[in-house]
Design a protein around this ligand. Structure first.
Ligand SMILES: N[C@@H](CCC(=O)N[C@@H](CS)C(=O)NCC(=O)O)C(=O)O
Length: 197
């Protein structure tokens, strides 16, 4: 597997997920702040929009962090990071795996831009509703689906971690404790270490 990756970007989630899966992969650095690097034809073949992360696994090409995490969970079930079709927890798994890119990210973007809340139009509610819904989902803990850590936690955990870094995470004990649990995982720590290197 090849991961097109750049430090301090959304590629963090895909790299953390690959570390959790535990299979060998090649990390190919792409500086997304450099237009010439983004124009590289081999990279564009993997990532048509020129974004990271992008994953190539044989004939499979994915260029969205949510799709990458879901794909890896399903493609490598032995890692125990997904929920199989037919299991009653599959619905909750899909719901929370999509929550980062469908709700958290646009709500964060609107908050950073200072956009007025228009819940009828925007499709993701509001930043405050996004936080309250996530905190309620995580309250039973320790992970979003309960006892087992899944790909959904890679996406949600990296979002909560980055909201904390960006200083927009409200002072919520459930979310802060969740971020700590995520950061304590060896796969998270390996990812943070090579990002820092
Ligand atoms: N929804 C995509 C977004 C990916 C994305 O926008 N990545 C940024 C880096 S955080 C990027 O590559 N931006 C390059 C650019 O558009 O200039 C995902 O989550 O993978």
């Amino acid at each position: 597997m090849k991961l097109y990756w750049c430090p301090r970007t959304r590629a963090f989630r895909a790299a953390w997920m690959l570390e959790e899966v535990g299979r060998s992969y090649e990390r190919i650095p792409i500086d997304v702040r450099d237009e010439a690097a983004r124009a590289d034809p081999e990279f564009r073949a993997a990532s048509p929009m020129g974004n990271v992360p992008a994953l190539v696994d044989g004939d499979v090409k994915l260029w969205d962090s949510g799709a990458i995490c879901l794909y890896l969970a399903d493609a490598y079930p032995q890692a125990g990071l997904g929920v199989p079709i037919g299991d009653s927890a599959r619905g909750a798994f899909l719901q929370w795996t999509l929550y980062t890119n469908a709700v958290i990210e646009p709500a964060m973007g609107a908050k950073f831009a200072g956009l007025p809340v228009n819940t009828l139009q925007n499709g993701y509610g509001s930043f405050d509703l996004m936080i309250a819904t996530l905190a309620a989902g995580l309250a039973p803990g320790p992970w979003i689906l309960g006892a087992g850590f899944t790909a959904a936690d890679v996406l949600l955990g990296s979002s909560v971690h980055f909201m904390e870094l960006f200083k927009i995470l409200p002072d919520n004990a459930t979310l802060r404790a969740y971020a700590e649990r995520c950061r304590a995982r060896p796969a998270f720590q390996r990812t943070a270490a090579f990002e820092a290197a």
